[in-house]
Design a protein around this ligand. Structure first.
Ligand code: SPV
Ligand code: MN
Length: 610
């Protein structure tokens, strides 16, 4: 390592940082090492480096670039993401593990010489705002300038935060190597992709990949480490957006957890509201008995599909005006990016994740390759948005009054429902199911159990995770209200709600928190009253919301809900140490449903419950 680079490391005064860096320099054997501080010069170096290496290409608009991942590396690799499990420890059935000793042996062997001929980039970031009890410093080691560039957009700088650590070991670290590259600069050995999580060491190893969900340490890899940390302490780390809802001159903060492609970012972007984060939140109990939340990130790695002038005007504007922004896996023609559902006819040829693309081109699976990938994304800073919340970087966080859980359900759940209590809400969230969209490999339409929309990232047994949620609410004098939404209810194959209707459910939830709306108690929770929604639709969209529309959307479909309970019961029967309170809620909910069925029949109109 050059003297200059070494000096930047030594200036941190942290022997553990030096130890980690020395270990992986010796193991990965890069041709050179570059240490990045928070300086403008270093940030510029990374931007330029990504272009020089061809990991990004410039686009026509100033500051915009495009990055392509290989056709085999377009989503999170759940199968090869494993927790390194020490002997004698147990994990939930659905969490993949590998014996710790064996896994470490395998990964260390793979890392040996993996950066030969390449430059190792070492950078420092801060998860959560700086100078905050939420802050977790994180060290990234990678051979990908795209990874470091993405992190410089998505996370707060942390070189100074590391100095403030005063030599402590309290930081996460991530080792990423792209592995051998093909002629397009993409990871070649995708079958040797490995993402190994060492919870005790607070570190993650990830190799032979480039897709950000696998490679960017501070995103989903840090999420997993933080879930473990939070569950050992007294806070929550959730796959949640954080937003301010503005109504009647007040701001009410909500978090929301939705599985991929279920409307999470677009909820956080509802016009007229402010955004703090769209993906990951840390939540801690405040001294005043209220939950406080921060965004772990400062940027968005959002899905481009369906961002258009009508459905997502704020993001659309950001994607079509100059700023620092990385597109990934879109279609590019003459320096212009194109994505599915952008509201314009797409070109018939160009460059995309498959290389040179033309309409009708077939993929390795024999299926036609779409112009842009459904999981094509954009990476940008939240402060660049007109709707950024002023408390985005507040070290105290913001008081959170509502949690929203959302899934994709075409035939059962109403558009919005409020839990009967905190613990009933935890039960609701732990029983969350969602139909599979495009982001997962299971068949589209299958229902997947996705507790708290966080299942992909759980690294602690489900029972521990649920227990921690129950305890979190108990610790608070005024726990957030818990709601569930479903934007995807269909009738005769068609969605019953417009995409923009989300705003109505959100304002209803906000009003509930402030005691402005009554509600109808049903066996599964509180639902809105017709007159309140009618008024909201009229005031907000000048739309007549009919009794008939209301009745269809908010009917309680008993048999279908009971089927769901059966599925959930079966899953939880195989788990260890699930809190008794969870089983109690399940039993009571079933009981209430059966009684209502006896009284009112199988599909109950909300008018019958009033
Ligand atoms: C998600 O799918 O939840 C994302 C993108 O936020 S990824 O980084 O792939 O997890
Ligand atoms: Mn996410």
């Amino acid at each position: 390592m050059e003297v200059n680079e070494r000096k930047k490391l030594e200036a941190l005064g942290n022997p553990y940082v030096l130890e980690v860096v020395d270990t992986y320099v010796n193991l990965c054997k890069p041709a050179s090492v570059r240490v990045l501080t928070d300086s403008k010069e270093d940030t510029e170096y990374v931007r330029t480096r990504a272009l020089q290496l061809g990991e990004e290409k410039p686009l026509a608009l100033k500051g915009h670039t495009v990055h392509f991942d290989s056709i085999h590396d377009q989503g999170r690799d759940s199968k090869n993401t494993r927790v390194l499990l020490p002997k004698g420890k147990i994990m939930s059935k659905s969490i993949l593990t590998v014996d710790k000793e064996e896994g470490l042996g395998e990964i260390m062997q793979s890392l040996d010489g993996i950066m030969a001929g390449r430059e190792m980039l070492i950078s420092f970031f801060c998860l959560g705002p700086e100078h905050s009890k939420f802050s977790i410093p994180a060290l990234q080691i990678t051979d990908s300038a795209y990874v470091t560039h993405s992190e410089s957009i998505l996370y707060r700088f942390g070189y100074d935060q590391f100095k403030r650590l005063k030599g402590s070991k309290e930081f996460f670290y991530f080792i990423h190597a792209s592995g051998e590259l093909d002629e397009r600069g993409n990871s070649k050995n995708v079958n040797k992709r490995r993402i190994y999580i060492d919870l005790e060491g607070e570190r993650v190893f990830t190799i032979n990949n480039q897709y950000a969900g696998n490679s960017v340490g501070l995103k989903k890899l840090a999420l997993r480490l933080a879930i473990s940390k939070a569950n050992n302490e007294d806070w929550l780390c959730e796959h949640m957006f954080l937003m301010g809802v503005h109504n009647n001159g007040r701001t009410t903060y909500f978090t929301g957890a939705f599985p991929s492609a279920c409307g999470k970012t677009s909820t956080a972007m509802i016009p007229g509201q402010t955004i703090i984060g769209d993906d990951i939140a840390y939540l801690r109990p405040g001294e005043n008995g209220i939950a406080y939340g921060v965004n772990v990130e400062q940027g968005i790695f959002g899905i481009a599909q369906d961002v258009n002038v009508i459905d997502d005007p704020v993001i659309y504007k950001a994607l079509t005006t100059p700023r620092e922004l990385i597109f990934s896996n879109v279609l590019v023609v003459d320096g212009k990016p194109h994505w599915l559902g952008m509201g314009q006819e797409l070109p018939v040829k160009g460059e995309n994740f498959s290389g040179t693309w033309h309409k009708g081109k077939l993929g390795p699976d024999g299926k036609e390759i779409l112009p842009a990938h459904k999981n094509a994304r954009y990476t940008m800073r939240i402060t660049e948005l007109d709707n950024a919340d002023p408390h985005l970087n507040d070290p105290k966080g913001v008081p959170v009054s509502g949690f929203i859980y959302g899934g994709r359900d075409s035939d059962t759940s109403p558009p919005v429902i409020e839990s009967l209590s905190w613990s009933h809400g935890v039960f609701m969230a732990a029983a969350l199911e969602s139909e599979v969209g495009f982001a997962k490999l299971a068949g589209e339409g299958d229902r997947m159990h996705d507790p708290m929309a966080n299942m992909d990232f759980l690294v602690v047994p489900l029972g521990v995770y649920i227990k921690n949620h129950l305890a979190f609410g108990k610790r608070l004098g005024k726990p957030p209200r818990i709601f569930a939404t479903n934007y995807f209810l269909k009738r005769d194959g068609k969605f019953v709600n417009a995409k923009t209707d989300k705003k109505i459910w959100l304002l209803w939830m906000e009003g509930r928190i402030h005691g402005e709306y009554g509600a109808i108690e049903t066996p599964i929770g509180f639902i809105p009253m017709y007159d309140d929604l009618k008024k909201l639709f009229k005031d907000i969209f000048n739309k007549d919301f009919t009794k008939e529309e209301y009745e269809y959307a908010f009917s309680i479909r008993i048999a279908k809900i009971l089927d769901g309970l059966k599925r959930i019961e079966k899953i939880y029967a195989e788990e260890h140490d699930i809190p008794e309170l969870f089983h109690e809620h399940l039993k009571q909910q079933r009981q209430r449903l059966l009684e209502a069925q006896k009284k009112h029949g199988d599909i109950i109109s909300p008018f019958k419950l009033q």
